[in-house]
Design a protein around this ligand. Structure first.
Ligand code: CCH
Length: 308
């Protein structure tokens, strides 16, 4: 057996997880990648692994790490997340005892904390057992081209309410859109590797100035370009990149139930961090059945599910 590995069927202890977390911290700095950090794409990996959950049918969710396989991994909504999985592969090789499902969700919690965000409560014990009959159909993740009704349709299915939808959306303070992944382009905030409530502040600050544009691929998004910085004269490289919002992001401003939460989170970063930590932890737990000791029992009849 691996040194310091949990017994078969047991979730890793806090002590066993410490070196795993340290290994994740050590890989976050990626000077050649995007804005210099693997953090944002790791957060998106965990979100997309969990966000397939449907409470009615009790299917989807982070258990099983089904995104390793084409049926889920090939969903166009998951384009680009192979980079996140590749970043974590050396950690999986170094600590084979941790399931992919645990590693992906743990890495996001580690990344959020390292990027200046709150400490997200995380519990282990997920397995990598994929029940083919329960692989979620494609189309369960949100489409940025849509609006408030779509957000409610998608997130109510997972069991979230309006406040939780807005808190979760604050993750768009991190990372960026890639033309070759989602088709959208650009980042939401100037410092996309630091979690803060800037996303909410900017939504409000440039209200009325967010300009709808149509990209060459036909997708529409909203942009704000500071005219002084982006002026026609001068070196291309010195032009401000500008910031963006998806149509779904903009719906948080226009929807009367969402908007008050945008205002609260813009005014109070501590409140945003508290609510974000709670709702992100809830997201990562969707679909997990735990016994009174906290053990995941979804796959209790599957032999040695931790190492599949
Ligand atoms: Fe998101 N997100 N997201 N998002 N997202 C994208 C990128 C990130 C939507 C659409 C997009 C959440 C909710 C939504 C992150 C975290 C979360 C992109 C660009 C689109 C499009 C992808 C690309 O091109 O690479 C929509 C619609 C919703 C509806 O609510 C939630 C919830 C979370 C997490 C809690 C993060 C982080 C990124 C940046 C990824 C990166 O690679 O930089």
């Amino acid at each position: 057996p691996q040194q310091n590995a949990p017994a078969p069927g047991a979730a890793p202890t806090a002590e066993q997880l410490e070196p795993v977390k340290a290994a994740v911290r050590a890989l976050l700095h990626q000077p050649e990648y995007d804005d210099g950090s693997a953090g944002p794409v790791l957060v998106r990996l965990a979100w997309h692994s969990a966000g397939t959950y449907c409470k009615e049918t009790n299917t989807g969710g982070s258990n099983g790490a089904g995104m390793r396989y084409e049926k889920e991994g090939g969903d166009p909504a998951n384009a680009g997340l192979q980079h996140a999985r590749a970043f974590l592969e050396p950690v999986k090789s170094q600590f084979p005892f941790i399931s992919y499902a645990d590693l992906w969700t743990l890495a996001a919690a580690v990344a959020v904390a390292e990027m200046g965000g709150p400490s997200v409560p995380w519990q282990g014990g997920r397995t990598d057992y994929v029940d083919d009959a329960k692989v979620p159909p494609r189309g369960r993740l949100p489409d940025g081209a849509q609006g408030a009704d779509h957000l409610r349709f998608i997130f109510y299915r997972m069991g979230f309410n309006d406040q939780e939808i807005v808190a979760l959306s604050g993750a768009h303070n991190l990372g960026r859109c890639h033309g070759d992944r989602s088709g959208f382009e650009g980042k939401w905030v100037n410092n996309p590797t630091r979690l803060s409530n800037q996303y909410f502040k900017l939504l409000l600050k440039f209200e009325g100035k967010w300009r709808k544009t149509t990209l060459a691929n036909g997708l529409q998004q909203f942009v704000y370009v500071d005219e002084d910085l982006a002026g026609g004269e001068g070196d291309e490289d010195e032009k401000e990149e500008g910031l963006m919002m998806l149509p779904t992001d903009m719906s948080l401003l226009s929807d009367p139930q969402f908007r008050p939460w945008v205002e609260k989170y813009a005014a109070d970063q501590d409140l945003f961090f508290r609510d974000f930590a709670a709702v992100f932890a809830k997201l990562l737990e969707l679909g997990l059945k735990r016994d009174s000791q906290g053990r995941v029992v979804n796959d209790e009849n599957v032999e040695d599910g931790y190492r599949s």
